[in-house]
Design a protein around this ligand. Structure first.
Ligand code: FES
Length: 150
């Protein structure tokens, strides 16, 4: 075999091996499922968070996150029915959740999934995957102190 022929055959062989490896890798499905947040993105049971209503959540539609709990004022007055408290971390992959006052929904900053203030899923993540309903925590109001407990 001439040197030129040998080099050509060597190059063809290397190309076939590389192509085979690429096809094999591309056709393989991931062994790991899409990551989701531990505890669905919710805080550990027993976690509490409080808001001082004399300085925060003064207007309907305002919101604040404390200890990974998202508080939203949904009505006037300082009673427990005037507020909701949900997890502030998206169940999908852990994006930060924000209340969008103009649209009256909670939205994830990472893949734009959307939730009602009662935690139901309005829109799944953009780009694929699925999310689940938000945890909604019981709240109490004592004087100017609003508290949620997971
Ligand atoms: S992390 Fe929230 S939609 Fe993906």
């Amino acid at each position: 075999m001439e040197r030129n022929e040998f080099i050509k055959s060597l190059g063809l062989g290397v190309a076939m091996v590389c192509t085979g490896a690429c096809f094999s890798a591309c056709g393989k499905k991931s062994d790991t499922p899409e990551p989701i947040q531990p505890n669905g993105g919710g805080v550990p049971s027993g976690t509490t968070a409080s808001v001082d209503l004399s300085t925060q959540l003064l207007t309907v539609g305002s919101s604040v996150t404390v200890n990974s709990i998202l508080f939203i004022r949904t009505a006037t007055g300082n009673t427990s029915t005037s507020f909701v408290a949900t997890q502030a971390v998206c169940p999908h992959q852990g994006g930060a959740l924000t209340f969008i006052q103009d649209s009256n929904y909670i939205q994830c900053g990472l893949h734009s999934s959307r939730y009602t203030t009662s935690g139901s899923v309005l829109a799944q993540p953009i780009g694929g995957g699925t999310t689940s309903a938000l945890k909604v925590y019981p709240i109490t109001v004592s004087g100017n102190k609003l508290t949620a407990t997971a």
